[in-house]
Design a protein around this ligand. Sequence first.
Ligand code: ZN
Length: 223
Amino acid sequence: MYEFKDEGALVVFSGGQDSTTCLFWALETFKTVEVVTFDYNQRHKAEIACAKKIASDLQVPHAILDMSLLGQLAPNALTRSDIEVKAGEDGALPSTFVDGRNLLFLSFAAVLAKQKGLRHIVTGVCETDFSGYPDCRDVFIKSLNVTLNLAMDYQFVLHTPLMWINKAETWGLADRLGKLEYVRQNTLTCYNGLIGDGCGTCPACLLRKRGLEQYLAGKGIAI
Ligand code: ZN
């Protein structure tokens, strides 16, 4: 694992399994770590509360930016309770997709990071459990990294520790960092707003549970 022990990083942080694992990874990798959460009228305000609690537990500075404009621009299943969460059919994107979300979030994160003198930005995007979100792809992240550097004349480095690993391996990373139980009990992934193992039936819970079962089965543990 490479380290930047004399530099600081900003982690894009939602309070979910992926970004919390990234936060623990960042705490091992960088000298100082701060987090930023975007409030875009998520269905569940519980997500913001959950992110606040974790940032407070880990004593990392936490900025919350109002991105409610995103919900107005692009109504979707994450911001509107009258839109059902469902998988995309026939190659269509799932109803949870928000056009431009990562583009906007990472651009705002970069503005904030530069103000704080932090050139490293960490995001939990991942191509492996690919739902078809175009702005979670590695090629997009690399392209944006170049664009941000040119736009702000700054040497940002975007880090994506989860890019090529699946959900089981993400649990493995949390375990290697000694934080599997913390991540399991304190993060919010569930589309129904339930912390920890969640409702157990929504697409996010199923993906999370399948990954955990697969990881623990590899260690000979059944849940
Ligand atoms: Zn759920």
